[in-house]
Write a protein that binds this ligand. Structure first.
Ligand code: TXD
Length: 310
């Protein structure tokens, strides 16, 4: 029988540990958890392994401060990085995390040449572009997680507003991960009915604004640290779609080569995910207003990427 898929998670902090937890709870494969902090990945891996008998999973978990154990991974999720500290500019964070993610990519890709990389570290769109460049992998195998999270936030707010099951709500959010993201109410539905038929324009705008500020709202409440349950769940939805070859359409940061009028840049768009990674970029019709908002968002991503001089 074939061995279980191997999923490496680099960065055993809040998001990374929760990714490991959801992966084993769904028994998607075995997990290698890597972090620079001594003992942290080992401790979390052991703790999660000991939840196995209770939850009923047999996935194996290994913690490490090195990369030997990551060899021949099927999927590598990169959450390693720093959060912005007082006195640090966004650019400081960009360069620091670029250094961390660049090193991680070198370490993992030299040992797992056919893996699919899922980037989570912020600033997301720039980090996925960097990982693609550094890895030398084809663009289908390097993907960024942001759109699933942003649309999950939008779906949550829509479901609460209309008092319906979250399962009835689909939503699409395009563009870069950040203030310029582009939620698309016309393509957001409740049991197939566009929300533009169900909610007044000002209510939709309020939900859109709350979605765009979704990360900041949680940082404001937590005071230290940022969101991790929903980010981890969103990442694991992508892991599952790939490992189970579901051909599932999800919004992800993907490499655009002319689609949506953008060339040579990673930006959030709907893609079809399967065992090969990004199988197709889905181009949906945008109004001129939506297209303008998308271009603005892509422009903000390009500005960041240019600073990295890749
Ligand atoms: O939508 C999205 N893409 C995001 C992005 C949603 C949520 C969080 N997002 C970003 O993910 C966030 O802004 C951070 O850049 C990452 C990770 O967030 P998390 O909340 O998990 O941060 P933590 O708890 O600080 O964990 C980061 C871990 C920590 O344990 C460090 O020791 C480790 O990364 N780290 C490293 N591991 C391996 N190798 C190196 N070099 C390294 N440097 C730090």
């Amino acid at each position: 029988m074939a061995a279980r898929p191997k999923i490496t998670v680099v960065g055993a902090g809040n998001v990374g540990a929760s990714v490991a937890q959801y992966v084993v709870e769904k028994e998607l494969g075995d997990v290698v958890l890597v972090d620079v902090v001594e003992g942290l990945p080992h401790g979390k891996a052991l703790d999660l392994a000991q939840a196995g008998p209770v939850h009923g999973y047999d996935s194996r978990l290994v913690g490490s401060n090195g990369y030997e154990e990551t060899a021949d991974s099927d999927i590598i999720v990169i959450t390693a990085g720093l959060a912005r500290k007082p006195g640090m500019t966004r650019d400081d964070l960009l360069f620091k995390n670029a250094e961390i993610v660049g090193n991680v990519v070198d370490q993992v890709t030299s040992r797992s040449k056919s893996a699919i990389l899922i980037l989570v570290t912020n600033p997301l769109d720039a980090m996925v572009q960097l990982a693609w460049k550094k890895s030398g992998f084809s663009a289908e195998r390097v993907i960024g997680m942001a759109g699933v999270l942003d649309s999950a936030r939008f779906r949550t707010f829509i479901a609460q507003e209309l008092n319906v099951s979250v399962e009835n709500v689909t939503a699409f959010v395009l563009g870069g991960h950040g203030d310029t993201m582009v939620p698309l109410p016309r393509y957001s539905t409740v049991a197939g009915i566009p929300i533009t038929d169900l909610l007044a324009a000002d209510r939709i705008q309020a939900l859109v604004t709350r979605t765009a500020n979704g990360g900041a709202e949680i940082v404001g409440l937590l005071k230290s640290g940022s969101a991790y349950y929903a980010p981890a769940a969103s990442t694991v939805e992508m892991v599952e779609a790939i490992l189970k070859d579901k051909h599932k359409i999800l919004p992800c940061a993907a490499y655009l080569d002319g689609q949506y009028g953008v060339k040579g840049l990673y930006v959030g768009v709907p893609v079809k995910l399967g065992r090969k990674g990004v199988e197709q970029i889905i181009e949906i019709k945008l109004t001129s207003e939506e297209q303008a908002a998308f271009q603005k968002s892509a422009g903000a991503v390009r500005e960041l990427v240019e600073k990295l001089k890749l």
